[in-house]
Design a binder for this molecule. Structure first.
Ligand code: WTA
Length: 646
């Protein structure tokens, strides 16, 4: 949707059923006092002390927030802490033999780490990184699939006070190279390969190509996953050799200021370039710990499972940092939900007696499509709370999730946040609020957000507009703290953050999300930049022009449609393969278009602008509305007939 469009979506009208949280849940919930909203509002920003108090600080902070009027902001000024200490060491006295990580790998392979075992491996790897030369201000890139060594490497960096830069393992060599180069990262932790759906992925080949592509010299640590004993050349070291050489080492956790970087991560932005986001040690960790406690209701004795990949922000915040900061057992799954069978996740929930399960709406829609018989085969009664994140969750999928996974009993939290926000900002509090299926929830206590029109004025309840966050929050990234990016001072001078999501808010303050207003396409809860996709397609020999839009998709929510006008003399079949190949190379297989539609021309205005709105309508098989601005209206009929024929 573009900012000019009125969303024709009946979700913006408030006629939602409500569901009360069950009493048994409220009684045991970490947060169950409805006064939390008033108290946080009254005491803002001091209320966030409660989040910071979930952490152990080496130096206490002198205040909660500096610069409340505008950037630069500083959360917990004067405070110093170490994230690895908070996620591991401080739990040892009480829970050294409790599981920290449960890992389920490829086909029956599994491994667990107690907090003590995690402590030992993180220390050994931190000592190894230090010996390789990693020091303050370095950035260590980690390019690993969902294996325990991924959180180990992250926590080892955190221990050294060094920023990590995790790149999703499914990204291509080009995508990895861009992310390493932009971070000026001279260290890479990767693996030889791994299995996905039963076939081996050659990860090291991709890493090698990226290493050649970047300007800086790169030292590479390679984890042997396939057992093929591949030859490692100069500047490559074996992960297990490193660990063996540093077994028993202890590395003093380096104290960092609250605002010092903990990690970098990239997201798609409004430009073609991936946008670097840097999260902080204190503000970020306090915010993820508090939301893990208040929204996901995590308790140390729980087994908690977030089925995201650590390569994305969801995994950073809610597989690694939040749950480990609270001292719980977090599950890592290196597999797909339907392999070997469609009941794989439920088999694991039963096996590990998972208490809290957090996934994406796209996954729920897939479960729904596969049928209720798959969860029905398993005892899911250990589940207490379900959550979703990443895209709007429609009421039907919400109800199905609660009924067939949650036994009709578990509260479901639909949590809204972004790579940039670091942690959840909008959700219901499951021990306090009634739920509205299809509606995310209210801004959390301590979070101020509203829905505005294009002039920046609040819209009426239930009217669509753009969500803006009007007060800083602890998990905000460096660029917002510094005021170098995205904080938009409107004409009246008040600071606001624009997440670029359209939304409406009902009379109770509940937010319904309606989609992105920028040029990002959200496929299965992952954001891709339209411009990045378009420039990749347009770069293929034989493509004269290309436009990429998101279209509704039953399972993934949105699917990528590429409309391509070829140069004379190029055949569709060859081009189709080249375009797919280019996208896989530039971004990765996850961005492969659902449809590539060939057309002699793209619909354009008289001034030559491609009208993506019309292409979106074609892709969705919707009414085209007003086409009078078009220079070449006849082209739409042709495009419609070629999509219908696909
Ligand atoms: C979308 C993922 C509706 C939204 C944590 C946001 C959602 C983008 C929800 C961020 C939700 C996330 N309801 N939409 N509960 N959660 N989104 O950076 O458009 O990968 O701006 O972070 O996903 O995606 P990102």
């Amino acid at each position: 949707m573009t900012s000019g469009d009125e969303p024709a979506d009946d979700r913006s009208h408030s006629d939602h059923a409500t569901v009360e949280p069950p009493e048994w849940f409220v009684e045991q919930a970490n947060v169950s006092d409805p006064a939390v909203y008033d108290r946080f509002e009254r005491e803002w920003p001091d209320c966030w002390r409660e989040a910071a108090s979930l952490l152990d600080w080496d130096e206490p902070f002198e205040g909660v927030l500096c610069g409340a009027e505008g950037p630069p902001f500083e959360w917990f000024p004067g405070g110093r802490l170490n994230a690895s200490y908070n996620c591991i060491d401080r739990h040892l006295p009480e829970r050294k033999n409790q599981l920290a990580l449960v890992w389920e790998g490829h086909l029956g392979e599994s491994r667990t780490y107690t907090y003590l075992e995690l402590y030992r491996e993180v220390n050994a790897f931190a000592a190894a990184l230090r010996e390789l030369g990693v020091g303050e201000d370095d950035v260590v890139t980690i390019y690993l699939p969902m294996v325990p060594e991924l959180p180990v490497a992250m926590l080892a960096c955190a221990r050294l006070g060094v920023a990590h830069n995790v790149v999703f393992a499914g990204f291509s060599a080009d995508a990895l190279a861009t992310r390493m180069e932009r971070a000026d990262s001279e260290y890479l932790v990767t693996c030889d390969g791994y299995y996905r759906r039963g076939s081996a992925v050659a990860q090291k080949n991709k890493a090698d190509n990226a290493r050649i592509a970047v300007e800086q010299d790169v030292s590479v640590v390679v984890l042997d996953r396939l057992g093929h004993d591949i030859h490692l050349g100069d500047d490559y070291v074996d992960y297990h050799d490193l660990l063996a050489a540093h077994e028993g080492a202890e590395v003093e956790p380096i104290s960092r200021a609250a605002g010092d970087p903990l990690f970098r991560i990239y997201t798609s932005g409004t430009t073609g370039r991936p946008k670097a986001v840097t999260h902080t040690t204190g503000g970020y960790l306090a915010h993820v710990a508090w939301t893990s406690q208040a929204v996901l209701d995590i308790k140390p004795e729980d087994t908690y499972w977030c089925s995201a990949d650590i390569g994305w922000i969801t995994g950073h915040s809610y597989i690694v940092y939040g749950p480990l900061a609270l001292g719980t057992t977090t599950v890592l799954y290196n597999g797909t939900p339907d392999h070997p069978e469609k009941d794989r996740l439920w088999e694991l929930v039963e096996q590990y007696a998972v208490d809290v399960f957090y996934t994406a709406p796209t996954a729920v829609r897939a479960f729904m499509k596969w049928g209720k018989e798959h969860p029905a085969k398993h005892d899911l009664s250990s589940l207490r709370l379900l959550g979703t994140v990443g895209e709007p969750m429609d009421a039907r999928a919400w109800e199905w999730y609660r009924e067939h996974i949650g036994g009709g009993e578990c509260p479901v939290v639909d949590t809204w946040w972004q790579t940039e926000t670091g942690a959840i900002l909008v959700s219901t509090l499951p021990g306090v609020d009634e739920m509205k299926p299809g509606v995310a929830g209210k801004p959390l206590p301590g979070v101020e957000a509203t829905v505005v029109d294009r002039s920046g004025a609040d819209v009426k309840p239930n009217e669509a507009g753009e969500l803006v966050v009007t007060q800083p929050w602890p998990g905000m990234p460096r660029s917002l703290l510094d005021g170098t990016d995205w904080g938009v001072p409107p004409s009246d001078g008040e600071w606001r953050y624009r997440p670029e999501d359209s939304a409406s808010m009902d009379g109770d303050g509940y937010v319904t999300f309606l989609g992105r207003i920028d040029d990002a396409i959200n496929v299965a809860g992952r954001r891709f930049s339209t411009m990045e996709l378009e420039s990749t397609v347009a770069g293929v020999d034989g493509v004269a022009e290309a436009a990429v839009v998101g279209a509704n998709h039953e399972t993934t929510g949105t699917a990528i449609y590429a409309f391509v006008s070829p140069e004379d003399g190029y055949g569709k079949n060859g081009l189709r393969a080249d375009i797919e190949g280019a996208i896989v190379e530039a971004i990765g297989g996850i961005a492969r278009p659902e449809e590539i539609v060939f057309t002699p021309d793209l619909p354009k205005t008289r001034s030559g602008k491609v009208m993506r709105r019309l292409l979106t309508a074609v892709a969705n098989d919707e009414d085209l509305g007003d086409t009078s601005a078009l220079r070449n209206p006849e082209i739409l009929g042709e495009i419609q007939s070629s999509t219908a024929g696909e």
